[in-house]
Ligand binder design. Structure first.
Ligand code: ADP
Length: 469
């Protein structure tokens, strides 16, 4: 078991936060909890460090951040194993999460610098320069499902923009977040990046502290609380929240490919992904075949601890999440769903695993079609046509990702354009080309990150105008 000392807590922490392996129940390690009362001091240190950090400019900040990229790549096996032990995902995915954070460092920094260069505007009388200045201190609050890359996607844009950062990672995955911060801090100046550990009490204290911007990835419910708390001083917020992503399978789709995607995107990371496929609307004409193909593939997935050979689906992060997923499955079955694969076990088991489950015969009235599941469940609804699919897909307060499968790509893209989501993939997942924003519509987000406009949200635009002679 490893005990890590949060180097920036600078406190005599009396309590420790244990990190539990969700596959085995073993304690992986522990960190000192940052007393909520100390968080104002941590933020004050971040404030004190912010002028010097800002004055380093892009080149100086790049030089301080970039070395972490190669270090993460070099240590991806060791840190990937820690990530898997702490969070549960298959080891290959844990390693590639760490490696991708490292590999993306250089390009991400270049994109941020390009996005934040000043713009010049002119009319016949005035020449204006629009600067993209740091706010000052940014709080980054992150979840456990991609416990390194979620930190990476908020911390690097905030730092590169010239903000100092106080990170509060999920209480479920403190060790890998601490390791990420430690790697960056080998070359960052003191207090440019600090980490505080704890759960909602520490999150609330950070939101209430003297930070200028709160960048958050997590549940809609917590996003609502953060936005309310931030409203007192009109703090800036960037909220990336949950989803209930639809997949529409049109009658002309390549059914095998659509089923392959449905299985991948419903069961990846045991469904604990904000852009998991949570609802599938399939046209009647191909529904039988599609259901068979999905069920066959789901049943073949190996479930188990992420460190075991060939495992594709790890555990739920904790018992509470497992019980929530099983409750949703049971309630859908009570309401008339048919189980084509997996399902809830007849009696409770003393672990955190849920079998990849395929439910058919669903309809929009069922609870499972509305509440975010965040588990390995594929929910199939038959529809008469694309119009009905679009209407049902949009029947949700969420609007993060969506996918449409159809062989006539133009027709599928037209269906996609009618969806109220922020990111829509045609014959693929919702991720956009390099430089695309990561953006939710409706209640899946408020503000967004990545891409030119996303990087700019970590900054305050400031316009300096001079008269033309
Ligand atoms: P999840 O259920 O996926 O863990 P949450 O939204 O509950 O998502 O948590 C995401 C992050 O928000 C975690 O770091 C958590 O500790 C933190 N958090 C929870 N409640 C609050 C709150 N009221 N204010 C600020 N942060 C919070």
């Amino acid at each position: 078991m490893t005990t890590l000392t949060a180097p920036t807590a600078r406190s005599s922490a009396s309590a420790f936060l244990q990190s539990i392996n969700p596959a085995t129940g073993e304690v992986v390690g522990q960190v000192p909890v940052t007393p909520a009362a100390n968080i104002a001091s941590v933020v004050a240190w971040a404030r004190a460090a912010s002028r010097a950090w800002r004055n380093l400019g892009f080149a100086g900040r790049r030089a301080a951040i970039l070395p972490a990229g190669a270090k993460l790549v070099a240590r991806c096996e060791e840190l990937g194993l820690l990530l898997t032990r702490e969070m549960g995902k298959p080891l290959a995915e844990g390693i590639s999460e760490v490696r991708n954070c490292g590999l993306s460092m250089e390009g991400r920094i270049a994109d941020i610098v390009a996005a934040l260069e000043p713009d010049t505007l002119e009319d016949k009388d005035i020449r204006s320069t629009v600067y993209h200045d740091p706010f000052g201190v940014c709080a980054a609050i992150t979840p456990w499902n991609f416990p390194m890359s979620m930190c990476h996607s908020l911390v690097i844009p905030a730092l590169m923009a010239g903000n100092t950062v106080v990170l509060k990672p999920s209480e479920e995955t403190p060790l890998i977040a601490q390791a990420y911060v430690d790697v960056l801090n080998e070359t960052l100046p003191k207090d440019a990046l600090q980490i505080v550990h704890g759960a909602d009490e520490q999150g609330r204290a950070l939101v209430d502290s003297d930070v200028d911007l709160i960048a958050f990835t997590g549940s809609r419910a917590t996003g609502v609380k953060i936005m309310a708390a931030a409203s007192n001083n009109l703090k800036r917020v960037i909220l990336e929240l949950g989803g209930k992503d639809p997949l529409i399978v049109l009658a002309d789709a390549d059914v095998a490919k659509a089923a392959e995607f449905a299985v991948h995107n419903s069961f990846r990371n045991a469904g604990q992904v904000c852009v998991s496929t949570e609802r599938i609307y399939v046209e009647e004409a191909v529904a039988d075949l599609f259901e068979q193909e999905v069920a066959k593939r789901a049943a073949a997935l190996k479930v188990g601890p992420g460190v075991d050979e060939g495992v594709k689906v790890g555990p739920m992060i904790n018992r509470r999440q497992k019980e929530w997923v099983l409750k949703q499955i049971e309630s859908a079955v009570k309401q008339g769903a048919r189980v084509l694969a997996g399902g809830a076990p007849a009696s409770a088991t003393n672990d955190n695993f849920v079998k990849p489950t395929v439910l058919a015969g669903l309809n929009q009235k069922m609870d499972i079609m509305h509440e975010e599941t965040f588990g390995p469940v594929a929910c199939i609804v038959r529809v008469k046509n694309a119009d009905e699919a679009v209407a049902l897909a949009n029947d949700t307060p969420y609007g993060l990702g969506a996918s449409v499968f159809g062989t006539d790509v133009q027709q599928a893209a037209e269906v996609g354009r009618r969806l109220d989501a922020g990111m829509i993939g045609i014959n693929k997942g919702c991720y956009g080309a390099a430089g695309s924003p990561w953006v939710g519509a409706k209640q899946s987000g408020y503000g967004w990150h990545s891409g030119k406009e996303g990087h700019r949200q970590f900054t305050q635009p400031r316009v300096v105008s001079v008269p033309k002679q």
